[in-house]
Design a protein around this ligand. Structure first.
Ligand SMILES: Nc1ncnc2c1ncn2[C@@H]1O[C@H](COP(=O)(O)OP(=O)(O)OP(=O)(O)O)[C@@H](O)[C@H]1O
Ligand SMILES: [Mg+2]
Length: 365
């Protein structure tokens, strides 16, 4: 049987990847220069996939650390070193670690042949971070310059106060590394790189990543549906309409519609059937999410699900009893920070199209 041609929830490349021609050109040019890159987009637009696609073609050493899962400066140092150790012979890494100001204990995990590091908990984190960050530069060469990606970089401020200052003080001297900072919380990332008082002020070229152009997404979908249904154009259009061209949700919906179409007893309208199914699957998760909201947030999401009105318009506030513009504004800010909504070129929209439909269904039930 033909393999399902859609993939969601993991980094995509090869046949699953829609070429973002312009962005690939920009990122490649930047990484081939002496500059650093800051890429912002809402969750799951395709930052990691794009960066990895470019890096794979450049054939240069590459590490990526997701700061969301980092718990302390020492942990950050350990994560960096662990990733570096995957790129170089263990002896080389051990040698480097032996010259650290605070020499970590190294254990080789026999299951995956990876190293685990631990630092004496009594030691100060400063020299540990210093040596780990400088190791990135040290292991780079002019021919094989390292690319170091920090995902969800806005988390740096959570990990420890002034850690950003310390990182910047080190990174600014590195000549053989391109740093890439990714982030999904636009306002925080902008504050880190655009606020004059921030240590990382103008440290990298800021690049907001937009959605994949509708026409490119349409071609990708219709090409893949063509072999299994004569309705391939209608199905592609409808998937993009429902997902609003959001990379992840469009691929997810396409995946399950494809599965429906493979079924000999395929439903009359496979797209609607799949949407209902996805809402059912996520029901408990959505209910849990809903309970985390305060009343204003609920009103805003209900209003945004039931109407096309701008949440900042008078009509919106009036229709949904959402209160003063300032109240609505702070709610929008909170909802955006928590990933419920996002600001697009056309205004605010609910991130998850199935959550939006879940709200509508519940309201109309
Ligand atoms: N260029 C692309 N072509 C096709 N699908 C894509 C593309 N980029 C992203 N996607 C889809 O979106 C999903 C998320 O992509 P990716 O993990 O690269 O995004 P991200 O912005 O790094 O997400 P996160 O916010 O979770 O870090 C992928 O699993 C895939 O389904
Ligand atoms: Mg990512």
């Amino acid at each position: 049987m033909q393999e399902n041609p859609f993939k969601f929830g993991q980094v995509v490349d090869g046949p699953y990847f829609i070429t973002r021609k312009e962005e690939i050109k920009q990122v490649t040019a930047l990484l081939n220069s002496a500059n650093n890159l800051v890429m912002i987009s809402p969750r799951r637009y395709g930052k990691t996939s794009l960066i990895e696609h470019v890096v794979n073609n450049l054939n240069r050493p590459y590490i990526k650390v997701d700061l969301q899962l980092v718990t302390s400066p020492e942990d950050l140092a350990a994560q960096i070193i662990k990733r570096l150790s995957r790129l170089f012979p263990l002896e080389k890494i051990k040698q480097a670690l032996n010259s650290f100001q605070i020499v970590p204990e190294i254990n080789l995990n026999p299951l995956n042949n990876e190293i685990d590091l631990s630092f004496d908990p009594a030691s100060s984190p400063k020299p540990i971070i210093e040596d780990a960050i400088n190791l990135i530069e040290q292991l780079s060469t002019p021919q094989k310059r390292m690319i170091a990606v920090f995902d969800e970089f806005q988390e740096i401020r959570r990990i420890e106060k002034d850690l950003d200052r310390q990182l910047h003080a080190l990174m600014q001297h590195h000549q053989q590394v391109n740093y890439v900072f990714l982030g999904s919380q636009e306002s925080l990332i902008r504050d880190i790189f655009e606020n004059k008082k921030s240590p990382f002020f103008q440290f990298g070229q800021l690049m907001p990543l937009q959605k994949i152009p509708t026409l490119d997404f349409f071609d990708f979908l219709s090409d893949r549906f063509k072999p299994i249904t004569p309705e391939y154009n209608r199905i592609a259009t409808s998937i993009l309409e429902i997902s609003r061209c959001h990379s992840y949700y469009a691929q997810q919906l396409a995946f399950f519609v494809y599965e429906q179409l493979r079924d000999p007893q395929q439903p009359a309208d496979p797209v609607s059937e799949t949407v209902s199914e996805l809402i059912r699957i996520h029901d408990m998760h959505y209910e849990r999410l809903w309970k985390t909201l305060n009343t204003t947030d609920m009103k805003i999401l209900i209003g945004m699900s039931l109407s096309e009105l701008s949440p900042l318009s008078e009509a919106f506030s009036h229709t949904f009893h959402a209160g003063a513009t300032s109240t609505i504004f702070s709610s929008l800010k909170r909802l955006a920070e928590n990933g419920f909504i996002q600001k697009s070129e056309t205004g605010y929209e609910i991130d998850d199209p199935f959550f939006k439909r879940w709200i509508t269904q519940r309201r109309n039930r």
